[in-house]
Write a protein that binds this ligand. Structure first.
Ligand SMILES: NC(=O)c1ccc[n+]([C@@H]2O[C@H](COP(=O)([O-])OP(=O)(O)OC[C@H]3O[C@@H](n4cnc5c(N)ncnc54)[C@H](O)[C@@H]3O)[C@@H](O)[C@H]2O)c1
Length: 329
């Protein structure tokens, strides 16, 4: 997909909070000249305008919908608000970028899918890790069998906030980790057990520990939005090597450890000892130099270059699989 982005394209950002501001910044960096912003909160709308004064404020959502030249819409609004906003955008044939997890019910997503069969709008979901050069590298390493058999994967995504009040920590954070699993393996694991704690508010969990199995690989996802420090880690334990991805390490985010643990085969261990002890192999580690650019920049470029016939990687089906999984845990 090497098309050049039309910098004069008219674009609107709906939702000018934390993530809408970052999307706006990225669009400006990409050189887009006609950026319009809309938010139901006048305070947030004006705060974004103050930050980037070249953007233009639109005070009425229907103005966006009825402007035929305003083709591409970015939704960075809370999932509970998205169904009705996006429904109208589909009917008006907009090209839609909808931040993860999209909506908060798979039944609503199914209704949007059905509606879109009639209107055939382009819809892509904002699962930013599918556009990360580091995650793409990990996918390559796994497909080349560098790590050997995958025995265990652990995802840790923790921080203090943002704390949502319309969805729990699984819709907000676990959805990211599930998108990485879906991107790496083309399928989602089966749940073994799930422990979640509602701490700040009844019926909305703040901490989630999800235990799963994908074929022969055990997978845990630990999410927490009331953690004092920011942790973004993936550890992969293979039968030949181990890999760690620490997003917070800006110098060497990926390390490949030439390490493994295994029990010797029965004929290999010293018969004098009754019990077979696990052997631990410690070899050299290395940190690959990966040419990477910002994942959000990659993602937005991909979206802006989508053609009518293209099916985005993070399409309706991708998002539906994640939402349905979240509803079963
Ligand atoms: N990909 C990522 O890494 C990432 C990171 C953060 C957030 N997000 C996603 O972005 C979305 C927004 O998150 P956020 O952190 O920016 O939230 P936020 O609360 O900071 O911002 C949401 C904005 O939407 C506005 N809004 C609410 N209802 C609206 C409506 N009906 N019409 C117009 N505007 C409305 C609010 O006033 C607010 O300004 C969520 O879906 C979240 O999951 C993604």
């Amino acid at each position: 997909m090497n098309t050049i982005i039309n910098k004069d394209k008219k674009i609107a950002i709906i939702g000018c909070g934390y993530w809408g501001t970052i999307i706006t910044k990225t669009l400006i960096e990409l050189g887009l000249k006609n950026i319009f912003i809309y938010d139901s909160s006048a305070k947030n709308l004006h705060a974004l305008k103050k930050k980037y004064n070249t953007v233009k404020i639109i005070k009425n959502y229907s103005k966006i919908l009825f402007d035929k030249d305003l083709t591409n819409l970015f939704f960075a609004t809370p999932p509970s608000m998205n169904y009705s906003l996006v429904k109208q955008a589909i009917i008006n044939n907009k090209i839609i970028f909808l931040e993860k997890p999209g909506v908060n019910k798979s039944s609503d997503l199914n209704k949007l899918i059905k509606l879109n069969k009639k209107f055939n709008s382009r819809v892509m979901f904002g699962y930013v890790y599918c556009f990360s050069d580091h995650i793409k590298y990990i996918k390559k390493i796994i497909s080349k069998n560098v790590l050997g058999k995958l025995l265990y994967i652990n995802f840790q995504r923790q921080n203090l906030g943002p704390i949502r009040n319309d969805v729990d920590v699984t819709y907000d954070l676990t959805s990211h980790d599930l998108s990485i699993i879906l991107f790496l393996f083309g399928k989602l694991p089966k749940k073994i057990s799930h422990i979640k704690y509602p701490i700040l508010k009844k019926n909305l969990c703040d901490i989630s520990n999800l235990h799963m199995k994908l074929d022969n690989t055990f997978i845990d996802i630990n999410n927490n939005w009331i953690n004092p420090t920011k942790i973004r880690k993936i550890n992969i334990v293979g039968s030949k090597k181990m890999l760690s991805f620490d997003e917070m390490d800006l110098v060497n985010p990926i390390r490949i450890y030439n390490k493994y643990a295994k029990y010797p085969k029965i004929h290999e261990f010293n018969k004098k000892f009754f019990e077979a002890k696990a052997l631990i192999y410690l070899g050299k580690n290395f940190s690959p130099k990966i040419k990477s650019s910002q994942s959000l920049l990659n993602e937005i470029k991909y979206f802006l270059k989508l053609k009518k016939k293209d099916r985005p990687i993070t399409d309706f089906l991708f998002s539906l699989k994640i939402l349905k999984f979240l509803e079963t845990i």
